[in-house]
Design a protein around this ligand. Structure first.
Ligand code: 6PG
Length: 248
């Protein structure tokens, strides 16, 4: 467990470039290990530019994609062609633009959400090494944060937030009136590195509360629960999202 790194970039473009550069470096560092480099991608709007940049020759040509296994952090329970689908965003921004990417899609559209969750957990365990507690351990997990402090599909007060047994679960999100599938906090905190990508003034107040909380204070928001016991956490923010932090 280490203190969070905070990287503040001018805007979303430079935040995304920084994250893409780091992805290339982390993947290269993993090569001598001889095992796949494993990463989980969130949905929503913030990571789209990061995915698009990874697909450009400037970055894509520096990644040995045959040695990379990509997964999802969470997915809305909608068909994969639905505009709300996180997979659709990742497919359009990255997968359709780079051949040979190994990507495991969360089949959140399946009526049996429990079975779909178990299937995805099995896919994780088939590829990822396990940590000392037996949780699948990602090399890196890319997370967003909502203005309510949620991350992945772990929303304040939602049942999945407290899940300590399963790696992937369905979660009913009351504010949207819909179900999602999501990695659980034990998997997120088993990662070697968690990287938040957060941009925009709309997140500034919550960022100040999440990152400005007194040391040792009890976590109020799901994003504050992210603290890999055998890993690191980094917050990649643009100046707008960090604006209240800079006033501290
Ligand atoms: C999702 C995401 C979610 C997202 C935050 C931030 O399925 O929506 O996984 O956790 O990261 O809601 O979303 P934005 O990047 O769109 O602000």
């Amino acid at each position: 467990m280490s203190a969070p790194e905070i990287h503040i970039s001018k805007d979303l473009e430079s935040l995304s470039r920084g994250a893409a550069e780091e992805f290339v470096s982390l993947a290269a560092l993993a090569r001598p290990r001889g095992a796949p480099f494993t990463a989980a991608l969130s949905g929503g709007s913030t990571p789209k530019r990061f995915c698009e940049l990874l697909a450009t020759p400037e970055f894509s040509s520096r990644v040995r994609w045959a040695d990379v296994q990509l997964f999802q952090v969470d997915e809305r329970c909608v068909p994969p062609a639905d505009d709300r689908s996180n997979y659709k965003m990742i497919r359009e921004a990255l997968l359709d633009r780079v051949s040979g990417i190994h990507f495991s899609r969360m089949e959140a559209e399946q009526p049996d959400r429990e079975a779909a969750s178990r299937k995805y957990a099995d896919q994780l365990r088939a590829v990822l090494r396990a940590d000392a507690e037996g949780w699948p351990r990602f090399d890196v997990i890319y997370l967003g944060m909502g203005d309510d402090g949620h991350t992945a599909s772990l929303f304040p007060g939602s049942a999945a937030l407290a899940e300590q047994e399963r790696a992937v679960v369905p979660n009913y999100v009351a504010k949207f009136g819909m179900y999602r599938l999501t990695l659980t906090m034990p998997v997120i905190n088993a990662a070697a590195r968690a990287v938040f990508l957060v941009a925009g003034r709309g997140k500034a107040e919550r960022i100040k509360e999440v990152l400005g909380a007194p040391a040792g204070s009890a976590p109020q928001f799901p994003a504050q629960w992210v603290n890999p016991s055998q890993g690191s956490v980094a917050w990649r923010l643009d100046e707008e999202a960090a604006s209240f932090l800079q006033r501290v």
